[in-house]
Design a protein around this ligand. Structure first.
Ligand SMILES: Cc1cc2nc3c(=O)[nH]c(=O)nc-3n(C[C@H](O)[C@H](O)[C@H](O)COP(=O)(O)O)c2cc1C
Length: 344
């Protein structure tokens, strides 16, 4: 009688599956993702001890994944923010709050933004639009902002630069001076870390160059190709406006183009670059996009997702955790087995 142990108990059913699914599993070469060299000879599977960490505003993130600024200020937003904050703490990610504008004049909805207790060790940034910053600078009321950041226990402030969105928005604000003037003036007056971002259009090379030379914590792309706030505002406007301006939503710069701009600027201005990190965002579908772009940036970089995180945060904590866990596993696999081709 043999005493050998069955070391592969699912072998038979697995072999059945292989025969059943073989025809279905054929892939078309037209769908090949040719952004990467796949190098199966050079690495084992990801090693659990490998360190992927990066520090933003003095807080360590275990993985270079950021949750883009989204929401706050409605009951639904509170639930979303709670799920996102718990995910940041559990997985070692960082996040930006959605625009905190309403809290400057009214604290009724403060609780919906107040998530620091759920993510004590992860980077958390407050968020405000450039038009509001401009007004506060003009009125000399920046202390309100300092207090807000203090009360939220945020690590810093994200300023979103959104002139096209404001221009499209029926109730939009006018931006009276160049945003770079307001940002420079803010940097002179405050000592907390500042991140500057767009909201779906991205930025051209001259804007990026001015920002890269400033002592800011990061630039977040908010690139073209994902959630687009100009388009979103148009969808809120009337039909005539929608028809007249819908082509404006197509203006902007993709993450691919912005990575190229940044690399060219960094290469020819090495000694003047003061911005610490680049956060690639705007239409990042998954870890493969994130890995591809961040590996191509010749500077400290992480990637961010907005709507993808929102979709799962709306479903609930469990769905969000599962999604993020898979993204992290995917990112680790990519680091081990893939080598991105250079963006040209
Ligand atoms: C529901 C929602 C609300 C947003 N609100 C803000 C905001 O208040 N402030 C801001 O800077 N960006 C805001 N954004 C833009 C995101 O921060 C980010 O730039 C964009 O969503 C990234 O693209 P993606 O959604 O394709 O990943 C919002 C995005 C979404 C989806």
């Amino acid at each position: 009688m043999s005493h050998s142990k069955n070391i592969d108990p699912t072998a038979s059913s697995r072999k059945e599956d292989h025969i059943k699914l073989a025809f279905e599993s054929a892939v078309s070469s037209a769908l090949q993702d040719n952004r990467f060299y796949y190098e199966p000879m050079l690495s084992g599977h990801p090693n659990e001890k490998e360190d992927f960490s990066v520090s933003i505003a003095g807080k360590r993130m275990k993985f270079p994944i950021w949750i883009s600024s989204m929401t706050g200020g409605t009951a639904r937003a509170a639930k979303i923010n709670i799920n996102l904050a718990k995910a940041c703490e559990k997985f070692g990610l960082g996040m930006g709050l959605g625009s905190c504008r309403q809290l400057l004049s009214n604290r009724d909805r403060f609780d919906e933004f107040d998530i620091r207790h759920l993510m004590p060790s992860a980077p958390l940034f407050a968020n405000l639009g450039i038009a509001q910053l401009e007004t506060m600078l003009a009125d000399n009321t920046l202390q309100k902002l300092d207090k807000l950041i203090d009360d939220l226990k945020a690590d810093g402030l994200i300023i979103h630069i959104n002139p096209l969105q404001e221009w499209m928005q029926p109730e939009g604000d006018k931006i009276k001076q160049s945003p770079i003037v307001s940002i420079e003036s803010l940097l002179e007056k405050v000592s907390y870390p500042i991140i500057v971002k767009e909201v779906g259009q991205g930025m051209g090379p001259k804007s990026l160059e001015t920002l890269l030379k400033l002592p800011i914590e990061a630039i977040e792309f908010g690139a073209h190709g994902g959630t687009n706030f100009s388009k979103l505002e148009l969808l809120r406007a009337n039909k005539t406006q929608l028809e007249a301006f819908k082509s404006v939503a197509n203006i902007g710069h993709s993450p691919n183009e912005m990575v190229q701009f940044c690399n060219e600027i960094i290469k020819s201005n090495k000694e003047y670059i003061q911005c610490k990190h680049i956060i690639v965002s705007g239409g990042i579908k998954d870890f493969l996009d994130g890995f591809y772009f961040t590996e191509n940036v010749n500077h400290s970089s992480i990637y961010a997702q907005g709507s993808a995180m929102l979709r799962f945060a709306l479903e609930g904590e469990e769905a969000l955790f599962e999604y993020i866990e898979m993204q992290i596993e995917g990112y680790k696999m990519a680091k081990a087995l893939l080598s991105p081709k250079a963006i040209k």
